[in-house]
Structure formats: structure tokens, C-alpha cells
Ligand binder design. Sequence first.
Ligand code: ARG
Length: 453
Amino acid sequence: MAKKLWGGRFSKKIDPLVEEFSKSISYDYKLARYDVLGSLSHVEILKKAGYLTPEETKKISQALDSIYKSIEAKTFKSDENSEDIHTDIQNKLYEKIGDLALKLHTARSRNDQVVFATKLYCKNSILSLQENIVLLMKAILGLSSGNKNIILPGFTHMQHAQPVYLKDYLGAYAEMLVRDKKRLEYVSEHIEITMGAGALAGTPIYADKYEIEASELVKKWKIGGISNLKAPVNSLDAVSDRDFVIEIISALSILAMHLSRLAEDLIIWSTKEFDFIEIDEAFCTGSSLMPQKKNADALELIRGCAGRLYGNLVSVLTMMKGLPLAYNRDMQLDKEPLFNSFEIISKELKILSGLVKTLKFNKEKIKEYLKDESLYATDLVYYLVGKKIAFKEAHTIVGKLVKYSIDNSINIKDMPENSLKKFCDKFVKAEIVKLFDPKVSVESKKSIQRTGK
Ligand code: ARG
């Protein structure tokens, strides 16, 4: 039976079901590395405050270092009987250096430890997630520059609207990813790493002893973007704040929503009805019954997983909303939604990067769709506006012309000039036939500051 970090006050054994119910080791082992880094910092603080001799500091630090190395080398095995990872590491330290390990918990609570480790985990996970966001951005921009001249029918309300460049369509997703990256950067920057809240009321150690230079931390923690370690401004807030978890899951939910929209566009484009794209077989699966099937399951799961992220966000928001100050055990339940959100998103970004890189566009099919004259109706309106007709009036004239063309199954382009002039005497056939051209249409839009032209 693994040792607990408490027990002196108890004469009875914990109910086995309660013990099982309260354990978090099955998931918070992911915080192992950050918990050890917190302990390494805490040892320095205890030395500065005179609770540990230089000799004791050295012994504890060396033992913690070796635990850290085993985590890095993936030889570290958490004991599933431990209540949580903080207990587990304390026990491992005890196995290594005996009673001296008991001094490490001086002026410290798991309440403080858990926030410290979770914050460090978040900062580090955001850094690696950002790399994956860049990976997808690069894949999208690569696809865009490899298909520079493709023009697509653009949609609003899922109806043909106006022609747009594929590079602008894809660029829209790149813009979303830029914002997602910035949002995460912002959240990470504002996570303050503190220690010294104790259980809730602070500790007898002076606040200045908790100040460790950023350069020292970066060296030790090997994690970028970290400001100085400080004592908290308010100890009750420090141990019971989970805003950072909520902010992160919220930013990840927005990112998941963007990825889901991209997935949906690609799913639609890959249907027989659209046939804009061919998705590489490596990203598809078949049917156990229908031999012809090639389904875009990976994209469907990316679309579906957005719901998981929203669920994670709602679960932590709901868990927090009724909690009185300060720490409550409910807060342990923020870990799974947090870890799960990071895991889903990083897989999605990697899968999408690979899928996007291998997408093939069916240029001929897309060209067919661009023959639809309705895509150029707005250009006809602008044409009449150029002839000094009021926009509203031009809109009505072209509306009537489009209806006539549909009702009589005749292309506007093929109508004789005298028929066109019945709608508006400003129409000159030789001029308007040039407007039914995707390139002319997209190039006539001057308001866009296109990147990568
Ligand atoms: N595993 C717990 C958590 O994640 C650690 C804190 C337990 N603290 C306590 N006072 N019982 O929240």
C-alpha cells in the first residue's frame, strides 16, 4: 500500500471505494515532470529561508534530479496505488533518501503544488501546440501556393455566390489559425507561476525568498516563456484559481471549431456532388458492406471532436461555478478535460497537416461549376453602376434578367443585344460577355490585401 501524505489524524482506514474514487494518479501522472521541477524550486526556497542546510539541499536536489531524469528517459513508473502524482513523487523521494525527504513538504501543500505543476504543464503544452499550429498553417499555405490560379465558386447560405480564389479560401483558414495561435500566446503570457500559497493562507517564509530569476528557471525547467517565480499576491486566489484552465480550454475550443469548419468544407468538397478534391487514401477508410466506399472518417472525427472540446469547457466551468474559497477537491476534476483537450487538438493538427499536404484539386470539375452565370450576376450589377445607374436599380434590373434567363432556359451571354436592352438600354453585349469570366470577376475585387499573390 502506497503511503499517503496525511494520516496522523485518522484512526480508521479509508473506505476502499472512496480511496479509488478520490485517486487521480491514473491521469495526473502527466504532471510528474512539472511536479519535480516545482520541488526542485521549493528546495532552493527552503534553503534560502534557512529550513534546509546546503548539505540537505544538495541531497534532496540530487534525488529529485534523478527522478526527473527517469521521467525524461521514460523509465519512471508511477505507482497506481498512490493517491496522486504529488504523493507518488514524495514516496519515491522517501525511498531514495529516507527521512530527509519528509523535510521537502515544509511550508508546502499539494494545493500549491498542483497549481504550480498544472500551470507549467499548460505553458509547455501551449508551446508545443503552437508548433503544430504552424505546421498546419504551412501545409495550408503550401497547398495554396501550389494551386495559385485555381478559382472556385464561393458560397453564402451554401448557394452559389461569387467566384473566389482558392488561395483566399484557404487563406481564410490560415487567418483563423493566426488568431488561434495569438490567443494561446496571450493566455500563456498571463499565467503567473507562483509558490508560497501553502494550503490557502500563505507560509511563514518571507515573500522575497520565493523570487527566483527567470534565467535560472529557464535553465532548470527548459521551458520557454516563463516569467519569474514569485510569491502569490493573494494565497487564497492562488490555490483556487482555475481561470487559466478555462481560458485554455476555451481557446482550444475555438481552435477545434475552426478545424471542424475546415473538415466540413473538405468533406463537402470531396462528395460526388461537388467533386472539387481528392483526399489521399491514407486519410480515409472503407465500408464493411459497400465495397466502393472511401469515406473521409478522419475529417468527420475532427468535426465530431469539437463537441468533446466544448464538453470539456462546460465541464470545468460548471465544476468551478459553485465552489467557495479556497481549494476544494472538485478542482482535481479539471485535469482530464484539460489533458484531453490538448491531446485531441494536437492530433487533429497533425492529421490535418498531412491530409492538406496531399490534397488534389479537380480543376476540370471546378471549371464546369464556374460556367454557372449566376456567379457573375453581381458583376453585372457593378457594370450598370459603372454606367451611372443607381445600385438598387441595377440590382433589380439584373434580378429580372436572371429570372428571365432561368425561366426561358437561355444564357444571358447568348441573348441578343436587343433582348438585353429591354432590361436596360445601357447593356452592350460585347462588353457584358467579358464579365462571365472567373478571372475577370476575382481580379475586379480591389478591397482585398491578398497575401502571397
Ligand atoms: N490530486 C489533488 C488535485 O489534483 C491534489 C490536491 C489534494 N489536496 C488536498 N488538500 N486534499 O487537486
